[in-house]
Design a protein around this ligand. Structure first.
Ligand SMILES: Nc1ncnc2c1ncn2[C@@H]1O[C@H](COP(=O)(O)OP(=O)(O)OP(=O)(O)O)[C@@H](O)[C@H]1O
Length: 279
């Protein structure tokens, strides 16, 4: 299917190389270790997908990456800026959408997005209003929400809310977009639009990371995938590399690799080989 979305205007507009580092990050909640010793680096314009079971530590990792959770140990660097030491500078570079994004029901979609823009751009408030208007139009159009522009958010479906949250995260032209389960509430066309927008953002230099349970999405758009299990990185690489690395075990899809690395009972792999024998 060819997407009709035109998002050629969604430019990054950077003056320097953006990159991201997570160095030795751990997170404990009381005595419980949710995430241990995470080390990874993301380059400018890369799309990285985190895949893992429920409770694997994806949301905790993403929240540490955006500065909403302070690591118990380790550092997060956004283009060299330590998010703990200089949170305002680091956070300005990031657009974030949580798995259940909080929106203000009594604002219209346009008012909410303007509000978010003003939060991120205090010092340039009221400047470049035409540019802001143009970018809002582009984003609302790209997400096929242009007819809802002036409607109250309280009347929006979950998918529409997800799109407003994505638009609000992109309005200040972040260098890094971090999204927890971007397609969770979206219909297939909206999911496709979101994937196209991620690809376009990455082409223009924006780094994108997201978590997902959907292997097809990870496989189709991610430059690299991080498989996370019980708070630890089990494997990191391009989908092709991960499949090749495990080809000895006759694993031929990212889903097989994921299950093999994260399902300690291996019951699904066993089951699939029994099915093959029965063919
Ligand atoms: N605030 C908290 N206090 C205590 N434990 C927490 C807290 N937040 C997360 N956890 C625990 O940390 C672990 C990782 O949770 P996290 O939300 O990061 O998983 P996840 O991979 O995003 O899961 P899902 O796919 O279900 O969203 C889980 O065992 C969870 O119960």
């Amino acid at each position: 299917m060819k997407s009709k979305v035109n998002c050629h205007n969604l430019k990054g507009g950077f003056t320097y190389e953006a990159y991201f580092k997570c160095r030795g990050c751990r997170k404990k909640f009381g005595d419980f270790k949710a995430v241990s010793e995470l080390n990874f680096k993301v380059n400018k314009g890369e799309i990285i997908g985190f895949i893992g079971h429920n409770g694997a530590g994806k949301t905790t990792t993403l929240k540490m990456c955006v500065g909403l959770l302070r690591p118990t140990k380790g550092r997060i660097l956004v283009n060299g800026v330590d998010i703990d030491k200089n949170p305002e500078i680091a956070k300005q570079k990031i657009g974030y959408v949580s798995d259940n994004p909080p929106l203000y029901d009594k604002l219209t979609a346009r008012e909410f997005v303007e509000f978010m823009y003003n939060l991120y751009t205090q010092e340039k408030k009221h400047e470049n209003l035409n540019e802001l208007e143009e970018r809002m139009n582009d984003l609302f159009y790209a997400f096929e929400l242009n007819e809802k522009y002036d409607e109250l958010i309280e009347g929006f479906s979950r998918g529409m809310r997800q799109k407003v949250a994505l638009i609000a995260a992109l309005i200040h032209e972040p260098e890094i977009l971090i999204v927890d389960e971007p397609t969770a509430n979206l219909d297939p066309i909206s999911a496709r639009i979101t994937k196209d927008i991620f690809r376009n953002l990455a082409k223009s230099g924006v780094t994108v990371f997201f978590s997902t349970h959907i292997m097809e999405i990870a496989e189709s758009i991610c430059d690299r995938v991080v498989i996370i299990n019980k708070g630890k990185i089990m494997s990191l690489g391009t989908p092709k590399e991960l499949i090749e690395k495990h080809s000895d075990n006759q694993l031929t899809t990212l889903e097989d690799v994921f299950i093999n690395l994260t399902d300690s009972t291996n019951k699904y792999i066993v089951k699939s080989s029994i099915l093959k024998e029965g063919d």
